[in-house]
Design a protein around this ligand. Structure first.
Ligand SMILES: [Zn+2]
Ligand SMILES: [Zn+2]
Length: 124
């Protein structure tokens, strides 16, 4: 245990709450309702799981992520990552803003990210 890494986050990655965009959202202190984030410039986009729960981190906290937690995606935080409605492409580990010209349909992307939720949404 150290002051730098709060004990409450040891069991898993720092999920939860609504973090500001473009900034490192490593939870440093506070509560779920009133979180205190690192707030440094966001350099990396971390995708924690196939439900695409994700976070943004600075260079310092990127080191922490690599050492301590499992993730399914980890790429430089770019413009596309910050745009609402962007999709993460698991095979390429990058974020894109869907465009009809690309021929990527919503259903195809959802299926790639989460087969079970595809069935729930599109079953029968
Ligand atoms: Zn940070
Ligand atoms: Zn991204």
């Amino acid at each position: 245990m150290s002051d730098e890494y709060p004990e409450s986050n040891v069991a898993g990655p720092p999920l939860g709450g609504v973090a500001p965009p473009l900034q490192c959202n490593r939870l440093l202190d506070g509560t779920f309702e009133a979180p205190v984030y690192c707030g440094a410039e966001g350099k990396w986009h971390v995708i924690w799981n196939l439900d695409v729960e994700n976070g943004i981190c600075c260079d310092k906290h990127a080191d922490e992520v690599r050492r301590r937690w499992a993730y399914v995606g980890f790429h430089p935080y770019e413009m596309a990552c910050s745009i609402q409605g962007a999709h993460w492409l698991p095979d390429e580990d990058r974020c894109v803003v869907t465009d009809d010209d690309l021929g990527l349909t919503e259903a195809a992307l959802v299926f790639a990210a989460s087969p079970s939720s595809y069935k729930e949404t599109h079953g029968n």
